[in-house]
Each structure stands twice: as C-alpha cells, then as structure tokens.
Design a protein. Structure first.
Length: 415
C-alpha cells in the first residue's frame, strides 16, 4: 500500500495505516491569548511513539479548563516549560481527554493492541522513576505530569500518543463523543472521594459538592450517590437545581442566596467581626441541615472554588471530616479560621487527578452505567477554540463538552 499523506477530518485511514501528517488544533506562543484565536488548525507530522507508548486515532476529544490556561500562556507557559526540558516543538497540541482506536503500539506494549477502542486518562509518569519502580503511588512521583497540558501531542488532533497504562476499555454503550467527555473530571472526583482513607465516602455520609452543575461536580454527585452517600450540591443559579437533582443530588443550595463569600482576613480575630461572619456562615450551614437533618454536617466537603468558599467549607465540615480540594477556580489566596481546623480535628487535603487504580475504578462505574458522562454539547473540530472560549467566559453549558475529530457528525449519538 502506498503511504498516505493525510486524511480529511471526520475520516480514518485503514486500520493500522498511519499517515505521514495529521490535522491538529495548535497553540503557538505568538498567539497566546483568548482561546478563540490561540487555537488554529494546522498540518503537523504524526508523532513517533516510544517502546511503551500507543498511537491512538482520536475519535472525539474532551474539553477541560487546563487548555484554557494553555491558550492564555498563563499561569504557566507550558510550551516554554517543555522546551526547557528538551522537547523541541515550539507549539502545543493540547487535549487531556479522548476516545479513540489504537493504530500503533510500541515494542513493549502488552495490554492493548491495534484495533482496540479505548478511552484515555491523562496521568503520565516515567516508568523508570525510582518512586514508581518502588510501587508507590505514581501521582506523587517527581516525573508525574498531565498529558495534553504538561506534555505535547494531546487529543486535539487526528492522532495522539500516550503511555500504555493510560488506555482503558471504552464503554461501548456510549457514543464516541460521550466516551471522550468524562475521564479527567471523573478520575479527579473519584480520587477526591475514595482515595483519602479513612475520609473516603461511605454509606449515608453527607458530602457537600461545590459547583454541582459543572463537569467535576456532575461526576462527584454520581460517585457519591453510587457509594450510598448523600450528595448536596451547591450551584450559582436556580436553573441549575433540577440538573443536579436529576443526577442524584439529595438537595441543592443556591449560593446566590448568601453573601458571606470571599477570603477572610485578620478582622476575624476581632470578636465582633468573628460573630458577624459566623452568623452568616451558620445560615449556610442551616441550609445543609434542611436537606440532611439537624446537626448532620458534611463528612466530606468537595472543594475546588478555593478562595471564595474555603472559609465556609472549613466551618461547615463535620468534626473529624475532610475538606478535599483540587483547584482554585475563584482564586488561590485560600484562607480559613484555624480554630475550626485544629479544635474540630478536620483534615484539609489536596488532591490531583488520579492513578491507574482510581481511573480503572471510575471507568468501571461508567461501563456499569452507574455514572453518565453528562455530555451537554458537542463541537466540530474547527470549533475547538470556541469551546474553550465559552469555558473561559463561563458561558459553557452545565455538564461536559466534546469535540468531534475522527468521528463524523453523521455518527453522533449512542450506539
């Protein structure tokens, strides 16, 4: 067979035949800024794979906030960071979620083969890292990075390259675009809720979930519900309440009904100021009790807004409970009243994506139909920048979003 130069978006070459080039949505440093302009379609070479790597024909790609940051070039210039480590490309192909078909495998790959339909998780690490070789959690390893953000050759292209362990069986009851939408947020939420023992979610545990209508919150509601817990979602508007209830939330609180948000400062040391703030925080706590029952505080507070909400999270969390946080979407200047932390022996736990075991566990829940990807909108490949622009401006719909790559619009929908 003659070598293939490139194939159109929405089509695939014969199985196992890798073209010389591919179309990709590319970010370059000279275009840093709003995603709508930073992402541009270009022809680039299909990447070569290493001995433990897999080349996947991307059918659909998921949309996450990390590539809003990549487009902006801050808070980290990830292209410059990769160049400092020796990677030569002066461009970035992002995308940390995908569904696709294996087209080529490295010489050491044993668990996947050409033709396998897979979903991809974004945890990547050096297999020869002494930490990893010792059997410790690779998410703590010095070599751990996020594929499609801290590495190049992500899913916003016709082909992407990943390590073998990043490949998981695709839930065949889902469409390609649904399969691409969930793994980053679902893996992150699963680790937050199940990994940090003894503060893992158990039957009848109340769990407060900030941003319940977002991609991360939508996964958290379902994971808590599947574990027999009591998920209570917090949203910013009335129209999001029914969305969360339909996912299994026991109740939903509209944070717009309260006005004590934001970081606290040293004024909290003044008894009068302390009393004023506490009374307002108690009103929020009473809204939780109205759903969960008087005195039934959250055993776990699922945090990611950070600056605006952490003082309240530390206040309402149950004695001996855990505030677990994976982001700071409202800001990084996190504050809290330490008296609630030490006197009530609460745990403040950071959490970052997930290891292979976490990812397998949550993917199994999806395959068992206990978790839905909550796909809200699907975009064409040439709308990659638009999808991220909507996310930057907080104008994206509730749930998760996908971008079609190898899958065509004719093929959209569940099998």
């Amino acid at each position: 067979m003659q070598p293939i130069e490139i194939v159109p978006i929405g089509t695939l070459p014969p199985l196992g035949v890798v073209p010389r080039k591919m179309y990709a949505q590319v970010i370059r440093p000279e275009r840093y800024g709003d995603p709508i302009r930073a992402f541009q379609q270009e022809e680039v070479p299909v990447p070569e794979i290493g001995s433990d790597e897999v080349l996947v024909a991307v059918m659909a790609a998921g949309v996450n906030y990390n590539n809003v940051w990549a487009a902006l070039g801050n808070p980290v210039d990830v292209i410059a960071a990769r160049n400092r480590k020796g990677e030569p490309e002066r461009f970035g192909i992002g995308g940390s979620d995908a569904s696709g078909i294996v087209y080529k495998v490295g010489s050491e790959v044993k668990n996947v083969k050409v033709g396998d339909e897979v979903v991809l998780h974004c945890g990547r690490w050096d297999k020869n890292d002494p930490w990893v070789l010792s059997g410790k959690d690779p998410m703590f390893a010095p070599s751990q990075i996020i594929w499609g953000y801290e590495t190049n050759w992500g899913s916003f292209a016709q082909f992407c390259k990943v390590q073998e362990h990043q490949c998981l069986p695709r839930p065949v009851h889902l469409s390609w675009e649904e399969s691409a939408a969930y793994m980053l947020v679902a893996g992150t939420a699963y680790r937050m809720l199940h990994h940090w023992k003894p503060n893992d979610v158990k039957k009848d545990d109340v769990v407060l979930i900030w941003g319940g209508a977002g991609g991360l919150g939508a996964m958290a509601i379902q994971i808590v519900h599947a574990a027999g817990g009591i998920p209570i979602a917090v949203v910013s508007s009335e129209e999001k309440i029914e969305f969360c209830k339909n996912l299994g939330a026991a109740g939903v609180i509209n944070r717009s009904d309260f006005n004590h948000w934001g970081p606290i400062n040293s004024d909290i040391n003044d008894p009068k100021k302390f009393s004023e703030w506490t009374e307002r925080a108690k009103d929020f706590g009473k809204a939780i009790w109205k759903i969960a029952g008087n005195g039934n505080n959250p055993k776990i507070v699922f945090e990611h807004p950070g600056e605006a909400t952490l003082p309240t999270s530390a206040f309402v969390c149950a004695t001996g409970g855990m505030i677990v946080i994976c982001a700071g979407t409202t800001g990084y200047n996190a504050t809290l009243d330490l008296r609630y932390l030490w006197m009530r022996q609460k745990r403040l736990q950071g959490s970052h994506f997930a290891n292979d075991e976490d990812c397998k566990a949550v993917n199994d829940l999806v395959r068992e139909r206990k978790i839905d990807p909550v796909l809200s909108k699907t975009f064409r490949f040439d709308e990659t920048g638009l999808a991220h622009q909507l996310m930057k401006e907080n104008r994206h719909p509730a749930g998760n979003m996908s971008i079609l790559v190898g899958a065509s619009e004719m093929g959209m929908g569940r099998r």
